[in-house]
Design a protein around this ligand. Structure first.
Ligand SMILES: [Ca+2]
Ligand SMILES: [Ca+2]
Length: 246
């Protein structure tokens, strides 16, 4: 079983775990950026991925480098929790945890998501092939593309000026986070950190959805538990894979 296949399996698992909305959830915001960007976003540049959908352009918010992109929402109705779902597009040569590596020192390349309340939902390195690996995944260090829902699907070509290699290099991750929240205002900061420039590595967002959760605050997973839950699933799959004859 190749790494890419494992990644798709993990994504399916994560989807089954978190993508469904609780009965009391209400979607209060969603966009696929196919027809413009609202003023709730700090940045409004969009782009079509080189590889379109079967039905038309695959438009997303981006591309960005070492920037923080903010989604600001106001006048939220009564709620006791929030669910954030989004797709992260990682474009070209993300170098994961390569900072300080002898041969592959072009990182660390980090993606972070935090709320205006100071809660960090995600902060991890990601690799689109750099052998140094990435922190996103079940272990302290994981192979490139671990947990990705898609790879090589967007059609971005990376030209390696040193080795003369030119190849498609990109990945898509689907994330879902639940956390306790009750204020009427909410903002999310999405940040790229440690990147080398748009021609080298960049990112974008797509299919962003925010839902209010209510009436079941005790059932909402603590944000610090969700990654552990995901890591546990990934670890189980990893163990199963390692037990299987290859
Ligand atoms: Ca889109
Ligand atoms: Ca880099």
């Amino acid at each position: 079983m190749g790494i890419a296949k494992i990644g798709r399996g993990l994504a399916a698992c994560a989807t089954g775990l978190t993508m469904g909305l609780p009965a009391s959830a209400a979607v209060i915001y969603q966009t696929d950026f196919q027809s413009g960007v609202g003023s709730e976003w700090s940045h409004t540049i969009t782009q079509n991925a080189p590889t379109p959908y079967d039905f038309g352009p695959r438009t997303f918010l981006g591309e960005f480098g070492n920037e923080t992109i903010t989604l600001s929402l106001a006048d939220l109705g009564w709620h006791s929790g929030i669910q954030l779902d989004f797709d992260l597009y990682l474009i070209r040569s993300w170098d994961g945890s390569s900072g300080g590596a002898a041969l592959y020192d072009y990182g660390n390349d980090i993606f972070k998501v935090a709320t205006s309340g100071g809660l960090t939902l995600l902060e991890a390195t990601f690799s689109n092939g750099n052998p140094a690996g990435q922190t996103f995944g079940p272990a302290a260090n994981n192979p490139a593309y671990t947990g990705a829902a898609e790879s090589y699907s967007l059609g971005y070509v990376f030209d390696d000026g040193i080795l003369g290699i030119s190849q498609v290099m990109d990945s898509v991750y689907r994330f879902s986070f639940n956390f306790t929240h009750g204020d009427s205002l909410l903002a999310f900061d999405f940040s790229g950190i440690g990147l080398q420039g748009l021609e080298d590595e960049s990112w974008g967002l797509d299919n962003v959805r925010v839902s209010l959760l209510g009436g079941q605050s005790a059932a909402i997973p603590n944000p610090s538990v969700l990654p552990l839950l995901g890591a546990g699933l990934i670890g189980m799959l990893w163990a199963r894979r390692n037990r299987s004859p290859s």
